[in-house]
Every structure is written in structure tokens, then in C-alpha cells.
Design a protein around this ligand. Structure first.
Ligand code: FAD
Length: 106
């Protein structure tokens, strides 16, 4: 299996890419699919300590799946929580779309 860092980088790429392509105005069934995906993901993620902490985060911060920007910001907050735990810098969540969807503006 990949090491925890390689697995993590690939997984964040997948998760933020899902946020980036999620509709701005999702249907009820798209919202329930995303919520189910996040919950199942948290039980299947193959780094068990990571998965446990992520599940407890889900219990404290309910995933916001009402729109692309709501979910992207929620996911950014979840990623920042892991960054904090690992002593990595906090990411500015107002720029998540620039990083993962539109490309950096400067
Ligand atoms: P990563 O954190 O993998 O980030 C990749 C890129 O995402 C960054 O280069 C940056 O451009 C961008 N980015 C950074 N922060 C944000 C943000 N908040 N929002 C949007 N984009 C951002 N590792 C452990 O050692 N212990 C754990 O308990 C643990 N739990 C994890 C839980 C989950 C759900 C996931 C997906 C990963 C977890 N990891 C854990 C792995 C860890 O988060 C990193 O992926 C790994 O340490 C590699 O870090 P990195 O510095 O390459 O950047």
C-alpha cells in the first residue's frame, strides 16, 4: 500500500476535485449522494488513524453539501484541521476554487 503522505496527497486531489466539479445548485439526490460518499469514505479510508479522526470531525462539523462553494469551503476546513494536527500551514479557504478549479489569479 502507498505511504500515508502519498495516499493523502492523491486523496485530497480527488476530494477537492469532486468539490470543484460539484454543481453550484445540486439536486436533492446529488446532495444525498455526496453526503453518503463522504460518510462511506470516512469508514473505508485505508489509514485507520486518519479515518478515525476524520469520522470524529464529521460528527462535529456536518458536511455542507448544498452547493459547490459550501462543500468546497467545508472540505477546506476539514483539510485545515488535518494541517493543524500535522503542524502544516493553514490554507486560505477563500482561495480554494483558485487552487482546485479556476487556476491561481495574481
Ligand atoms: P497535502 O496536505 O496532501 O495537500 C495537497 C495540496 O492541497 C497542497 O499542496 C495545497 O496546495 C492544497 N491544500 C492544502 N491545504 C488545503 C486546504 N485546507 N484546502 C484546499 N487545498 C489545500 N496524515 C497523517 O500523517 N495523519 C493523519 O491523521 C492524516 N489524516 C488524513 C485524513 C484525510 C481525510 C486525508 C485525505 C489525509 C490525511 N493525512 C494524514 C495525509 C495528510 O493530510 C497529507 O496529505 C500528507 O501529509 C501529505 O501532505 P502534503 O504536504 O503533501 O500536502
Amino acid at each position: 500500500p502507498p505511504d500515508v503522505e502519498t495516499l493523502g496527497r492523491g486523496t485530497w486531489t480527488l476530494l477537492h476535485s469532486i468539490a470543484a466539479t460539484y454543481p453550484e445548485a445540486p439536486s436533492k439526490s446529488q446532495q444525498s449522494d455526496l453526503l453518503s460518499f463522504v460518510k462511506l469514505f470516512s469508514r473505508l479510508y485505508p489509514c485507520w488513524v486518519c479515518a478515525e479522526d476524520f469520522q470524529s470531525y464529521l460528527g462535529r462539523e456536518v458536511p455542507r453539501v448544498q452547493s459547490r462553494d459550501e462543500f468546497g469551503n467545508w472540505l477546506c476546513g476539514a483539510h485545515n484541521e488535518v494541517n493543524r494536527k500535522l503542524g502544516k500551514p493553514q490554507f486560505d479557504c477563500s482561495r480554494w476554487q483558485e487552487r482546485w478549479r479556476t487556476g491561481w489569479r495574481d
